[in-house]
Design a protein around this ligand. Structure first.
Ligand code: B3K
Ligand code: ZN
Length: 858
């Protein structure tokens, strides 16, 4: 065979080559059809592939089939032995005609695949994960998202071990073979990129249901899990049906295949994957009952099930031309799932939660060494770009366009986008062009949001003038890596001037699109309150010059729930950052708690103080000990002053099986009240927490009580943790909570606990959920992670280095907390930097972790 190779001396492709957006070229070859014949076995799976290829244009270039860790056992072109060579992991084949059939054969070992990319084993199952570049670990293929093909897949496996064989599309034939093996063939009629390919084999049970589409087609739905988990699939199924109906009503999008299957697996690198017709999920986003899942878990399941389902249009029917366009599908789909969750729950609470997440994760990313635009310019490893910037800031961009053009024009725009690009691989520019055409808006300058990284800083000031006021606005976008100078952005600010009695002008949309801009508002009284960036209409950091008493009034009277929440947060920051007295905040929180007009869910949000990490973001160089002490003092002040109101809120209960937004709100407020009350009176708090724990008929109350106990030094804390472990030791998703709660507990012995848990029999680095529970819990424990002796940093770096040799994608995602080193006081700063240097110097480091750690040092 080696005689037939094109160029045996060809050098391997460079390990750490930067991929640039500017270098995009259309593919040299199309692949119209992929036929796979997969003989499954955990130790040795044989994959035979036949690709029908067609030259794209007139050129004489070879065809490059990407491969990662594959060895070609046979390569033919139109049935004849081929001329081929290996370049790095890729197979390069010479083809003389304009069309050809290229056949290859490889053997892979799913049981040894600890990266969980490509085909791997999880529990007794075999399953795949291909996005972004995992298909090349299964077979040779161009493996780029702009090459769309029709797939036919024949799966063969042992019938006892793998009675269920699933792939994309529809099953077309099946049969039994000698030796206890059987086979099934699947056909997916919709051309798709290789990253949407999926297969699952295993001993699975199914919850079945049906959905009748708006055009009367019946779709068979299945949620496939291990037998013991079947009772926990009903919420996911109900969420799926709700999502299918919602996408028809709100976007006019109908499901297209006759089947839609979801499979839950325990070992999964992230949340879930939208493979065409065969979504594969991390089991934590499928399985729930009220005994083992919190309300937040139930909500997350609905959100993720909807997100993956919505991808069928925003991602699958219209896919991405290249990975720089990732936000085309992810930003838009996050926006769609946020809107869905708002519609089935509380719009105000959902917005507050989404903004809290954006500020907690995306704003720090945007102000740190890993900052990148929503449409990045380059990467080493695309796996590192599944970020809050691509997902959550990307969703904010879609939301801003909708705010500026209105709901109807936005819907015309999405219709145009889907119609125009159905079956294609599109770009972010294509999306914006459809929006411009549908609305008549010029979005030329708006597109800077895709290009420029960094969170715009906006300042606002009101100046009274005869018979009205003038609103002065200014903006600047801070420099970010590779982008020292920025242009002014388009910043849509929903604004209202509210008279003290609650009356006053209508809300208006002010679009700030210059560095400075002043807007005259007639008829506003000079004592009017400025309610601005209502609903968080633009993802900016806003500073408003406030008159004495203005925030206090907004905190109790703004008619926009988000703005009201925001005023309370600003009052908290005055104490936590500005060193102000707690009294105005305590009063406003008291008024909020006593209000009959506000529901419990909103009260819960209003009582949630900015986290220590978010407070730290407001300092150039933070001192975590001082932040922790100040925040604890504030919690004590609130708990002491409002003990009775908090006790009343904690005493209110709702039946665990009631999952209405109202019942969830009662439970949410209950634990937040318990937490504040315990800060004021730890003994009373411990007694109430233990009672809440013991009497709980649902995981929300029980986990909430345990989280409060985790902060206290009461004997009941250890009792409750031991009881929790005994009760749920067979349920790995609940044991993840047990690990995470201990790792993130703000107590002086937290690092000792993390060290002990690392040696616990139930700890394994091979399961991403378990690793994230412990290492992620440590990193989320702001005060202890930033222990001044650097022990927390050292422990996280140890986790990263060890995990990197098992699962680089998951290891790389643990690095960013260390990248905040520039924003900590000097002592900690150098300790953090030293740990990053240790990671970069680790022998055999993956390019995933190398990219994250080396950029974090730059
Ligand atoms: N598209 C997948 C994410 C894939 C991540 C690959 N590193 C899930 C989602 O966003 O819906
Ligand atoms: Zn997605």
């Amino acid at each position: 065979m080696s005689d037939a190779r094109l160029n045996p001396e060809a050098p391997p492709s460079p390990e750490h080559a930067l991929v640039r957006r500017q270098d995009y070229r259309p593919p040299d070859w199309w692949v119209s059809d992929v036929a796979l014949d997969v003989d499954l076995d955990p130790a040795a799976t044989r994959v035979r592939s036949v690709l029908k290829v067609e030259r794209n244009g007139s050129h004489d270039r070879t065809i490059r089939l990407s491969g990662d860790g594959l060895r070609p056992l046979a390569v033919t072109v139109d049935g004849q032995e081929a001329r081929w060579t290996m370049e790095g992991g890729d197979l390069v084949v010479a083809v003389s005609g304009n069309t050809a059939e290229i056949a290859t054969e490889v053997v892979i070992a799913p049981a040894e695949n600890s990266q969980l990319i490509g085909l791997y084993a999880s529990g007794g199952l075999l399953c795949t994960q291909c996005e972004a570049e995992g298909f090349r670990r299964i077979t040779f293929h161009p493996d780029r998202p702009d090459v769309l093909s029709v797939y036919r897949v024949r799966m063969t496996a042992d019938k006892v071990r793998y009675p269920v064989l699933l792939a994309n599309g529809n099953p077309v034939a099946s049969g039994d073979l000698e030796g206890g093996r059987h086979w099934t063939e699947w056909h997916d009629p919709f051309p798709k990129p290789s990253y949407l390919f999926a297969m699952v084999a295993g001993d699975l049970e199914v919850l079945r249901d049906t959905f009748t589409t708006m055009n009367g087609r019946e779709v068979e739905l299945g949620i496939w899990v291990r037998a013991k988990d079947l009772p926990k699939t009903h919420h996911a199924m109900a969420s799926l049906k709700q999502a299918m109906a919602w996408d028809e009503q709100v976007y006019g999008r109908e499901y297209d295949l006759d089947r839609f299957n979801i499979v839950a697996v325990d070992d999964f690198n992230f949340g879930a994957m939208e493979n065409k017709g065969l979504n594969i999920f991390n089991s934590r986003y499928v399985l729930a009952d009220t005994e083992t899942a919190t309300d937040a878990d139930f909500d997350a399941i609905a959100g993720v099930v909807a997100h993956e389902y919505f991808h069928n249009w925003s991602g699958n029917r219209v896919t991405c031309r290249d990975w720089f366009q990732l936000s085309l599908k992810e930003g838009f789909t996050v926006f769609r799932d946020q809107s869905f969750s708002a519609d089935i729950g509380s719009e105000a609470v959902k917005r507050i939660d989404d903004v809290r997440l954006l500020r907690a994760v995306q704003f720090p990313e945007d102000s740190g060494p890993l900052a990148h635009p929503v449409r990045p310019d380059s990467y080493l490893e695309i796996g590192n770009f599944y970020t809050a910037t691509i997902y959550n800031k990307g969703a904010e961009l879609i939301r801003m366009m909708r705010t500026m053009m209105g709901a109807e024009a936005f819907r015309r725009g999405t219709d145009l986008y889907f119609d125009r690009h159905d079956g294609e691989a599109a770009t972010c520019d294509d999306f914006v062009a459809a929006m411009e055409e549908a609305s008549g808006l010029d979005l030329g300058q708006f597109k800077l949001w895709y290009e420029q990284a960094g969170t715009p800083q906006v300042a606002a000031r009101v100046e009274p003038e005869d018979g009205g006021v003038t609103l002065h606005l200014s903006q600047s976008v801070p420099p970010t890596p590779d982008q020292p100078v920025k242009q002014p952005m388009v910043v849509p600010l929903r604004t209202r001037l509210i008279d003290v009695d609650g009356s006053g002008g209508e809300e208006r949309l002010i679009v700030l699109d210059r560095a400075e801009h002043s807007v005259r508002i007639d008829g506003a009284s000079d004592s009017a309150l400025l309610s601005i960036n209502r609903g968080f209409s633009a993802p900016v950091a806003l500073t408003v010059e406030r008159r004495p008493g203005e925030l206090e009034s907004l905190a109790t009277s703004d008619d926009d729930p988000f703005a009201r929440y925001e005023a309370l947060q600003e009052l908290a920051y005055r104490v936590l950052v500005g060193g102000g007295a707690p009294d105005p905040l305590v009063e406003a929180i008291g008024a909020t708690l006593r209000s009959n007009a506000l529901d419990s869910a909103f009260k819960g949000e209003a009582l949630t103080l900015p986290s220590e990490a978010m407070v730290a973001e407001r300092f150039d160089r933070a001192d975590p000990d001082a932040i922790h002490a100040t925040r604890e003092a504030l919690r004590r002040a609130i708990g002491t002053a409002l003990g009775n109101e908090l006790a009343e809120a904690q005493a209110a209960t709702s039946t665990g099986s009631d999952l209405s937004p109202q019942a969830k709100g009662v439970r949410r407020l209950r634990t937040i009240a318990l937490s504040l009350l315990s800060a004021g009176d730890p003994d009373r708090g411990a007694a109430l927490a233990k009672a809440q724990y013991d009497q709980a008929d649902n995981m929300t109350d029980r986990q909430g009580a345990l989280a409060v106990l985790s902060m206290l030094d009461a004997p009941s804390r250890e009792e409750a943790f031991a009881d929790f472990y005994r009760r749920y030791r067979e349920d790995s998703l609940v044991i993840d909570k047990w690990f995470a709660l201990q790792a993130s507990a703000p107590r002086s012995d937290a690092l000792d606990m993390v060290e002990a848990l690392r040696g616990h029999a139930d700890f394994t680095m091979k399961n991403p959920n378990r690793l994230r529970a412990l290492a992620g819990g440590l990193a989320a424990n702001h005060w202890r992670f930033h222990s001044p002796d650097g022990r927390g940093y050292q422990m996280l770096a140890d986790f990263v280095i060890e995990a990197d040799s098992i699962n680089p994608q998951v290891a790389a995602r643990l690095v960013p907390p260390l990248g905040r080193w520039r924003r900590l006081e000097q002592g900690r700063s150098s300790l953090m930097k030293a740990e990053l240097e240790r990671i970069v110097a680790a022998p055999g480091l993956s390019k995933d972790t190398f990219e994250q750690a080396s950029k974090s040092l730059a």
